[in-house]
Design a protein around this ligand. Structure first.
Ligand SMILES: [Mg+2]
Length: 492
């Protein structure tokens, strides 16, 4: 073919090679973490708890408010007035601790319910005491001797309890640890019941509640994909209305009020009982409560009720519900045990946990390296010890056998020395890493190389977890959240 032009390679406008995937990644703190795979396509209803889930409270300020209120009431009950002037360290407690009311101790356990860290008042107890007190017999955390600290609301109880023990004992006063704990709890419960705390928060919501600017858009994204949303909270109507108005009021033009985001609103739910039996469902009409007969209606306010009735009235199969909450027992565990709801847990401590993890990366890698070396050295030690035994059997060794015996002995001593120094460095690193996570307890979710009891509960009962509800906005409402591979020790 005469006039054809030669074919030339066209220059490519894009440089070849792998694209930079880091720009496509959702930043770590904003990610949703998966313990059990979850297909959002199979989710028709997404439910939300309110306190500490949609409404993220400023922990320090809430604790300070709770402790002040508690102390005021304790002084009225006859406790010394100098307690009002103490320095309370609000960083002290974390979730997942156990209070031992017999001794006035606060404990952290690993996933096997073995106590690993203990504080009496504000003093840390040594390993030997822990062994003596808690390792001789199995702990029964559910017995009346102990009290679980499993909500962010209850952290302030521990702050007050530990600091008061410390202060009273320093003055040589006798402390009835069981009674003190009861008094602390009753004081704070009273303050919640009679509305003291509610009133203070609502008087200045911006001081206590973080108004996430992305909340409206997150809920809207789910709704746009056809999901139905519901609110299921233990808070009473008036408080719920005020907080939700603060969080979502005038956030998006399409929604004239916060109630328009939700298909069903249930307040004063009394979780965890709500998941088991609960009360009959009522409709709130101003100050009046009415019986509910027909299907649930958008725009109405419901109170109480229970899981079965809710599922029946909404005609929904349990497995199509994703419930988002912050409370292991009330939101995650109960819904997992009593229903087939899928669960998402909001863990606001995740920010600090991820930051510490990042900071300690280098030290933790060194720890793993040391563990590996230790394992190799232990193999070697076993080998030389067996050899030594073998050689020592010879009652009449010749010169060569004697030299080998001496050399073997020296090798054993050398390895033992190395193991000791590894142990020392490992312990130093562990303390460093612990302090980087938390000044008193180390990581919230881990203990040494294992999960903490709290970490285990998260892994068992939360299908996915995240720092904020608004982390969901980074994902498609049809996302397939895939869990990582489970590896057993022999697969590592
Ligand atoms: Mg909550």
């Amino acid at each position: 073919m005469g006039g054809s032009r030669p074919i030339r390679q066209l220059p490519l406008p894009i440089p070849l090679g792998a694209p930079d995937s880091s720009i496509a990644r959702i930043p770590k703190p904003d990610r949703v973490w998966v313990t059990r795979s979850l297909k959002m396509t199979s989710i028709g209803w997404v439910g939300f708890d309110m306190d500490y889930t949609l409404a993220i409270y400023d922990q320090g300020r809430m604790d300070s408010l709770s402790v002040d209120t508690t102390i005021e009431r304790l002084v009225k009950r006859g406790y010394p007035s100098y307690l009002a002037k103490l320095d309370y360290d609000y960083r002290f407690p974390i979730r997942g601790l156990l209070v031992d009311k017999r001794y006035g101790h606060t404990l952290k356990m690993n996933r096997f319910k073995v106590v690993r860290k203990v504080w009496h008042g504000m003093k840390q107890l040594p390993k030997e005491t822990i062994r003596e007190l808690y390792h001789q017999r199995r702990i029964r955390p559910e017995s009346s001797r102990y009290h679980w600290i499993d909500t962010l609301f209850s952290l302030s109880e521990v702050t007050a309890y530990a600091a008061i023990i410390e202060a009273l004992e320093r003055r040589g006063e006798h402390v009835d640890f069981g009674r003190l704990f009861r008094d602390v709890r009753e004081s704070i419960d009273e303050a919640h019941r009679d509305g003291t705390i509610y009133k203070q928060v609502l008087a200045d919501p911006a001081r206590y509640i973080y108004r996430d600017p992305h909340l409206a858009e997150t809920l809207h994204k789910l709704r746009s994909a056809g999901k139905k949303l519901f609110l299921l909270t233990n808070s009473p109507w008036s408080y719920t209305d005020s907080v939700m108005r603060y969080l979502l009021g005038a956030a998006m033009q399409e929604y004239p009020s916060w109630r328009h985001y939700f298909d069903v609103v249930i307040v004063a739910a009394q979780k965890p009982t709500w998941f088991r039996e609960g009360r009959p469902l009522m409709e709130r009409d101003g100050a009046v409560l009415k019986d509910v007969h027909g299907p649930l209606e958008r725009g109405k306010i419901y109170e109480g009720g229970n899981l079965r009735e809710f599922e029946r009235l909404c005609e929904l199969p349990g497995s199509s519900v994703l419930y988002v909450g912050d409370h292991i027992y009330g939101d995650m565990l109960r819904s997992k045990k009593e229903s087939t709801w899928r669960t998402a847990m909001v863990i606001q401590e995740l920010d600090a946990e991820l930051e510490a993890h990042e900071r300690s990366m280098h030290d933790m890698a060194r720890q793993r390296q040391l563990s590996e070396t230790r394992e190799n050295l232990e193999d070697e030690l076993r080998f030389y010890q067996a050899r030594f035994k073998e050689l020592a059997k010879n009652d009449t060794p010749d010169l060569e056998a004697q030299t080998e015996l001496t050399r073997t002995k020296r090798s054993i001593e050398g390895i033992r020395g190395e193991l000791r120094s590894i142990e020392g460095e490992y312990t130093r690193l562990r303390e460093l890493v612990d302090r980087s996570f938390h000044p008193y307890w180390g990581s919230l979710l881990k203990q040494d190389n294992e999960l903490s009891i709290f970490g285990l509960q998260v892994e068992t009962y939360a299908d996915v977890y995240m720092r904020r509800v608004t982390s969901l906005r980074h994902y498609s409402p049809m996302q397939f959240f895939r869990s990582p591979h489970d590896l057993m020790p022999h697969e590592l």
